[in-house]
Design a binder for this molecule. Structure first.
Ligand SMILES: [Zn+2]
Length: 223
């Protein structure tokens, strides 16, 4: 299907039916330019069509924009999901395209490990500095703190170990999750079913390969 029609729910000819009186019977037409770009043509609707709050007659829509149809507002991503099923390629075999994802999955794993490693390194440095600092404080001020001489060495070591041990709790997990979220966001757009673009970033390549096909669009990944 090359063009789909969007309009009021009362018109059976519409592919996407919106039950809202601000939406015209025949409101707009959508065609696909590529996976991230749609062409929107307003078909003379009464209340108009806006993209990012700008009235349009004919324009492109990207996933990160919003579209307003009559009084109904849709985030671009949501609108893409609604129209995408009408644009699905009729082809069923996606073996080559799926196999090409293996390299991207590997890159993703590598980048995730790197984020992990950099956090681990940071933690070890802070842990070392803190442990030595606390040990030194006990050692130097032990007398003033009223710690008997023969216990001073052992309390220094104990204090240092304790201080080093609590570091993982001091370095907030947010520190790492910011980087994880950015990484996940990037790859949830790359690691997708080649046909319906369902997000596959939550599983490994092997996991999806064993599934053999997409449970959203029935594309065959492994024949
Ligand atoms: Zn799919």
């Amino acid at each position: 299907m090359s063009k789909i029609k969007v309009g009021h729910a009362s018109n059976p000819e519409n592919h996407i039916k919106i039950n809202d009186s601000s939406v015209s019977r025949v409101h707009l037409e959508v065609s696909k330019i590529d996976n991230d770009t749609l062409r929107i043509v307003d078909l003379g609707s009464l209340n108009g069509t806006k993209i990012d709050d700008i009235e349009i007659l004919e324009s492109t829509l990207k996933r990160n924009q919003t579209i307003k149809i009559g009084h109904q507002i849709y985030p671009g991503d949501e609108f893409f999901n609604r129209v995408n099923k009408f644009f699905l390629d009729k082809r069923v075999l996606w073996v080559e395209e799926f196999a090409a994802l293996e390299a991207e999955f590997k890159k993703y794993e590598k980048k995730k490990a790197k984020v992990n490693q950099s956090l681990q390194n940071k933690m070890n440095i802070v842990r070392g500095v803190l442990a030595i600092g606390i040990a030194l404080i006990f050692f130097m001020f032990g007398e003033r703190m009223g710690i008997p001489t023969d216990l001073r060495f052992i309390t220094s070591i104990g204090g240092g170990i304790l201080a080093g041990g609590i570091v993982p709790y001091l370095i907030s997990k947010d520190n790492a999750s910011d980087q994880y979220v950015a990484l996940k966001r990037e790859y949830s757009k790359i690691l997708v079913c080649p046909r319906c673009r369902k997000d596959l970033s939550g599983g490994t390549y092997k996991f999806w390969k064993d599934e053999k096909k997409c449970n959203s669009c029935d594309a065959i990944w492994v024949s």
